[in-house]
Write a protein that binds this ligand. Structure first.
Ligand code: CA2
Length: 212
């Protein structure tokens, strides 16, 4: 009795000028491969999906510059007291504003708040290895912390200082900020919009760096 041989087809998909062709037809050149080999179409579609997923992942984790958005003491109380000075937005609202702005600007953000000076300093130090820039509302530490200033200076990263209120319209002790010496720019008095403006400005700074 004649033996029936099962022939397995193997498709070898290679890249085309460094990127995947858009359709099977393009790859085949003269004819549609799915007409010749119906099982090809499913294999190829799944490969395209894989490639798209990898591109999206790379975009989120590798290509987007990471910006640290750091918040100092008592900012966790935003929206709960003193709305006449700081408005009604909570810190969660501020984080959402930053996430949306970062998404539009193609940035990744790491948004944090702490009431502890040493923790804020450690986060600033950690930025050296991982972030392209720092946006910081140092809150009360703006006016008191030489240690925070030293940490920011040591990062060699662009720093933008944000204050929700206009510190220059307030008590004299708020007029001076140690942190400002490390900052490329300071945004104050524009409410929580200051955070999205800072992200926009940071994008420009990074693009400028990349151009040089
Ligand atoms: O205006 C700003 O963003 C400040 O950085 C906020 C700090 C203040 O010490 C700075 O001088 C200016 C205070 C953050 C505390 O925020 C609160 C919000 C609501 C209720 C209590 C505190």
């Amino acid at each position: 009795m004649a033996k029936k041989r099962q022939i397995q087809r193997v498709f070898v998909l290679t890249s085309h000028s460094g990127c995947w062709p858009h359709t099977p037809r393009q790859m085949a050149g003269t004819g549609s491969p799915e007409q010749v080999f119906p099982e090809f179409s499913a294999a190829y579609q799944s490969l395209l999906l894989d490639a798209a997923w990898h591109r999206a992942t790379a975009r989120c984790t590798m290509e987007r510059p990471l910006i640290a958005v750091l918040n100092g003491p008592n900012l966790n109380m935003l929206g709960q007291r003193q709305p006449e000075i700081y408005g009604s937005a909570t810190l969660d609202d501020v984080e959402q504003i930053c996430i949306q702005a970062a998404d539009k600007l193609d940035l990744a953000i790491d948004f944090r708040q702490t009431n502890i000076e040493g923790e804020l300093i450690s986060w600033v130090q950690d930025c050296r290895k991982r972030a392209r820039g720092i946006i910081i509302n140092p809150a009360g530490y703006s006016h008191t912390s030489v240690a925070l200033l030293d940490a920011l200076l040591a990062t060699d990263l662009p720093v933008i200082e944000v204050h929700i209120s206009n510190i220059h319209r307030r008590e004299p002790f708020r007029h001076m900020s140690y942190v400002s010496r490390a900052a490329v720019g300071v945004i104050c008095g524009l409410g929580v919009t200051g955070y999205s403006l800072a992200l926009q400005a940071m994008t420009d700074l990074i693009l400028h760096e990349d151009d040089q």
